[in-house]
Design a protein around this ligand. Structure first.
Ligand code: CP
Length: 351
């Protein structure tokens, strides 16, 4: 059984295949309308969502399957103190595949360990959001026609922006990629992401606070929301929330074939005066999410592979993950597993 917890669970060949199938579904939706007849998708959203939950729902319906689940934790028995593990064991008995979003980083790893059906990570805290990245990759394929030789500006909340972490991990595998990481000092890309995907020199990157200076060089500008819900301090969020506001005037120096992307929802970081610009691709991007998720559901339901991500992990009772948002800090009864000093749930180092 295969799961999708991290975008690196998929090889570049599998991503190519997903993009190909999603494109075929876009062209020929009727050919797929019975592909999942009799199958049930469980959608477990312990955090709010519009695009991810509804596009998964629409994807399964478009394949002829059915959907059950909840859209907030307080409508499930989690509100009575049930663990992630027990919740997933139950839903495994009621569905053929599960997608879940959870505020705790690493929760999908706990889920995939106990589930008897494939588990898809639909966002775990500020950690990863691999199906958003699949959506982004389909958009890049449609708008740029390639995954190589691209200068990608990633702007906004690079600290808590899980879509950014997954996008960087995916795109760092391709040739000729340069990242321009645009963020205030307080919201720079975390070291654990840089260490894993950028420090080995496989792609070029620069860090800057200056969006306007970066714009002329970019093939893709990936804007992100400042993630209010992840801040410990309201004052800090208020100070940083409008760090970047892209508007039509700022696009005057951009390449004519720039692609402006955003995982959405947006707050202030893209002015509505950009929406009519032909380079504004973020609504198409959200639309593509349905089709790549259809392709993913088909792939995972057919897959006979195994998930061996815990194979190299060792229980260490003397170590505790230092990340306050890690699932290992709250889930009862799970082992504290490490690969060396790295927590296998959230990828941060232990103290
Ligand atoms: N992009 C994204 O994850 O949107 P939602 O939070 O609405 O699912």
């Amino acid at each position: 059984m295969r799961n999708l917890v991290n975008i690196l669970d998929l090889s570049t060949e599998e991503i190519d295949e997903l993009v190909k199938v999603a494109s075929d579904i876009l062209e020929n939706p009727d050919m797929y309308s019975d592909s999942c007849r009799g199958k049930i998708l469980g959608t477990l959203f312990f955090e709010p969502s519009t695009r991810t939950r509804l596009s998964f729902t629409s994807a399964m319906m478009g394949l002829g399957g059915s959907v059950l689940g909840f859209s907030q934790a307080n409508s499930s028995s989690v509100s009575k103190g049930e663990t992630v593990s027990d919740t997933i064991r139950m839903v495994s008995a009621y569905s053929d595949i599960i997608c879940m979003r959870h505020p705790k980083e690493g929760a999908p790893i706990v889920a995939s360990h106990v589930a008897s059906v494939p588990v898809i990570n639909a966002g775990d805290g500020g950690h990863f959001h691999p199906t958003q990245t699949l959506t982004d990759l389909l958009t890049i394929n449609k708008k740029k026609g390639r995954f190589n030789n691209l200068t990608i500006g990633v702007c906004g909340d690079l600290k808590y922006g899980r879509t950014v972490h997954s996008l960087i991990s995916a795109m760092a595998r391709y040739e000729g990629i340069k990242f321009i990481l645009i963020a205030p000092d307080e919201l720079k890309l975390p070291d654990y992401v840089k260490e894993e995907f950028l420090y080995d020199g496989r792609c070029e990157y620069v860090e800057t606070r200056d969006l306007e200076a970066a714009i002329p060089e970019l093939d893709i500008l990936y804007m992100t929301r400042i993630q209010a819900e992840r801040f410990d301090s309201v004052e800090e969020y208020e100070r940083l929330k409008d760090s970047y506001i892209l508007n039509a005037a700022k696009l005057a120096t951009a390449k004519p074939d720039l692609s402006v992307m955003h995982p959405l929802p947006r707050v202030n970081e893209i002015d509505v005066d950009v929406d009519d610009d032909p380079r504004a691709d973020y609504f198409d991007q959200a639309m593509y999410g349905r089709y790549i998720r259809m392709a993913l559901i088909l792939m995972l339901l057919k897959s006979k592979g195994n998930d061996d991500r815990l194979a190299g992990a060792v229980e260490n009772r003397a170590l505790r993950c230092r990340n306050p948002h890690c699932i290992s800090r709250t889930e009862r009864g799970i082992k504290h597993l490490f690969d060396g000093n790295r927590c296998i749930y959230c990828d941060q180092t232990a103290r």
